[in-house]
Design a protein around this ligand. Structure first.
Ligand code: SAH
Length: 479
């Protein structure tokens, strides 16, 4: 089997490459660093062995020797092993050494380049590392070494004379010494310099300064430091966090598999998104009758659609009955599978569907949905004389929150709830709803929040993720 040395990019999950996502999804074993987007592992197989070999600031860490040994051992045992590294595996990633060890052990390997922090963090700060007339070359430099030490591997005189942009990785603590050496060797103290902390992440921070003042900055890792005239372009070209939700911290509590759509929409508007999934979808074993034997099939959520299609072979199974859905998200999920729903109510709640179905009558109805969902629709249909089979295709189960996720979510400006269960499970996992303002997708979710003793601060009038986003934009009062 092959070992894959894979770059995971600098932090924004959107900067994972298509190849990285594909390999993560098929890996038997994943050996990952600490500095990888935590969303990167969401697509791993549930049975994959995931090993964190990350270095935790001076504390416990798996030594490089051990990491290499594990890598070789799993590859030799015939497993598809992904060695997932922050940024690019061959840029200060020790990927070269790991490739050498694999080669020495006779293992096949493949290198999947990643988006490297020096370019990406700069880009997210509006700093082009090269620019016509300003910088025709760029050097990636480790800031890890103490420039004061005689055994330093860096030729500071040559570096100071380098005709282009310098990008330092690591070693924010060495910045005073680095600046000193560069100036001592002739670099202009007035030259712009920018420190980009947590580049591409929701809480990215940029400190724009000069070489003379670089050492006085209160910088925190992970950060890259860009030295050169291009650094000053940050003032002109910074683009991150310019949308209507700029700097607004928003926690997304829905299931990880569904969170990304909402999270991406919020991010696109400049929000700092905190993904804190408190809920997970669990398929249930069910005996599903032939959909063709029904006159009407009711689907109440995109999850329901997805689960239904695990039971039917393809869209033809739904060719016979009329199809009704509660909301546009469910309609979209059906359309994606080639089925056009016949009934989509204006109001995306059970009551809305009941209203839309009022003037029609159906003999046999299948309601395919989540366990413990509300009975508004089946009750109304039964009252109208239909024979209704309710099939629970899946249930939502609580997902525990990590300490960091919990703290970040409770510290957010807003927490969003897209279902009653996301509200209940988040409350259970976090132990409280105190802290953020509470944004609810609709009346049912709002009622769940009230049951927990909290009045929502906002309720979307259009009960869809898009509606929730629009309500948040309106509530923050900017445009
Ligand atoms: N292989 C990685 C670099 C690993 S060395 C790459 O190609 O990006 C680790 C250093 O990368 C950190 O000390 C920091 O300098 C930089 N780094 C990683 N992620 C970063 C981020 N999100 N923002 C700024 N710098 C980052």
């Amino acid at each position: 089997m092959t070992a894959y040395l894979v770059g995971a990019g600098p932090g924004d999950p959107g900067l994972l490459t298509a190849r990285a996502i594909e390999l993560i999804a098929s890996a038997d074993v994943i050996l990952h660093d600490r500095l990888i987007p935590h969303e990167a592992l969401a697509g791993a197989r549930p049975d994959a062995e995931v090993i964190d070999v990350g270095k935790v600031g001076g504390g416990e860490q798996v030594p490089q020797r051990e990491t290499t040994r594990l890598l070789v051992e799993h590859a030799r045992a015939g497993r598809a092993v992904v060695r997932l590294k922050g940024g690019d595996p061959f840029v200060f990633g020790r990927g070269g050494e790991e490739a050498q060890a694999l080669r020495a052990a006779g293992c096949d390997y493949e290198v999947v380049p990643g988006v490297t922090a020096g370019v990406a963090a700069a880009g997210y700060a509006g700093i082009p590392v090269t620019q016509r007339g300003m910088a025709s070359a760029v050097a990636f430099v480790t800031g890890h070494e103490d420039p004061g030490k005689p055994e330093t591997a860096i030729d500071w005189a040559a570096l100071a004379a380098f005709p282009g942009t310098l990008v330092f990785y690591m070693g924010v603590r060495q910045l005073p010494r680095i600046a000193e050496q560069l100036v001592a060797h002739g670099r202009d103290p007035a030259e712009p310099a920018a420190i980009v902390e947590r580049g591409t992440l929701p809480d990215q921070r940029v400190l724009l300064t000069t070489l003379a003042s670089l050492g006085e900055q209160d910088a925190h890792a992970p950060a890259v430091t860009v030295v050169g005239p291009v650094a000053a372009l940050h003032d002109e070209l910074a683009w991150l966090g310019r949308g209507p939700l700029a700097d607004v911290g928003i926690a997304v509590t829905r299931a990880r598999a569904q969170a990304s759509g909402l999270a991406a929409r919020l991010r696109a508007l400049g929000a700092r998104v905190i993904e804190a999934p408190a809920i997970r979808i669990e398929p249930l074993p069910v005996e599903l009758g032939d959909p063709a034997s029904y006159d009407l099939v009711v689907l109440t959520s995109p999850n329901g659609v997805e689960q239904l299609f695990r039971h039917v072979r393809d869209a033809r199974a739904l060719a016979g009955p009329a199809i009704a859905v509660i909301g546009p998200g469910t309609a979209a999920a059906l359309r994606a599978r080639g089925v056009e729903p016949d009934v989509v109510p204006e109001r995306a709640v059970g009551e809305g569907l009941v209203e839309a179905l009022r003037d029609r009558s159906y003999r046999r109805v299948l309601v395919a949905r989540a366990q413990d969902a509300r009975d508004v629709v089946p009750d109304a249909l039964r009252d109208a004389g239909s024979t209704v089979d309710v099939v629970a295709l899946y249930r939502t189960v609580p997902e525990p929150l990590g300490d960091e996720e919990r703290a970040a979510a409770l510290g957010a400006d807003w927490a969003t709830f897209t279902s009653a269960s996301s509200a209940r499970f988040f409350h259970a996992a976090a132990g409280t709803l105190d802290g953020p303002r509470l944004a609810s997708i609709g009346p049912v979710t709002s009622a769940a929040l009230r049951d927990l003793g909290h009045e929502p601060d906002l309720e979307a009038s259009d009960h869809t993720p898009e509606g929730l986003v629009a309500a948040l934009v309106a509530a923050t009062g900017r445009d």
